[in-house]
Design a binder for this molecule. Sequence first.
Ligand code: MN
Length: 257
Amino acid sequence: MHILLANDDGIHAPGIQTLAAALRRVAQVTVIAPDRNRSGASNSLTLGRPLRVTAAGERAYTVDGTPTDCVHLGLSCLLLDDPPDLVVSGINHGANMGDDVLYSGTVAAAMEGRHLGLPAIAVSCAAHQPDHLETAAEMTLRLIAKLDHHPLPPKTVLNLNVADVPLEAIDGFAVTRLGHRHVAEGVIQDRDPRGRPIYWIGPAGAEQDAGAGTDFHALANGRASVTPLTTDLTRRESLPDLCSWLDAPDDGAASAC
Ligand code: MN
């Protein structure tokens, strides 16, 4: 198996280094990662300037762009002669649960691999300064081993979140849905040294919907959370209602109007 490994914390982050070492025990791994921390980049592509790729060791490259740039370049250019079977992104320093997935560069990098034959995997450790990255790495290996026997459809992203605890403290996997957070904490306003106003976006809000079945609940109960994500944002249950009040035909084959 050939794995393309990316992240959003940048190639020097301990999270991607730990995961690269673990994955190399079971697969050929090509690392393509941003040259600096691009957390919060979501699915952005760099379109207004060219990208530069720099070799960073054996089968490792940095890109002066976003996480999505990295995987896009890998799949559509750099690895055309040696296409990966799987895209893995992480290990992110910090959880990506609930509404975090909308902003996450870690999840976005995995999403960019969704057209491959296997589901892509985003991996996050629920601590910004993690002490137990090996735990998330080991849980990733276990998840990949299970995919061998239980294939999921392509265009699926598995969002894995693991607590920052020793492996023996993890009580297996829980399959979850995304929870929800309260709105983010307020923007911090201050002045720069020359007196000009500056604004610093605050941290994510606390958990709001963290009940049974959610990713938040799984981690709070000692499990590693696996949420299947898809990239189709269509709210299908709203189609009939929208057709009726817009008085418009539904162009779908199975017309609800
Ligand atoms: Mn990050």
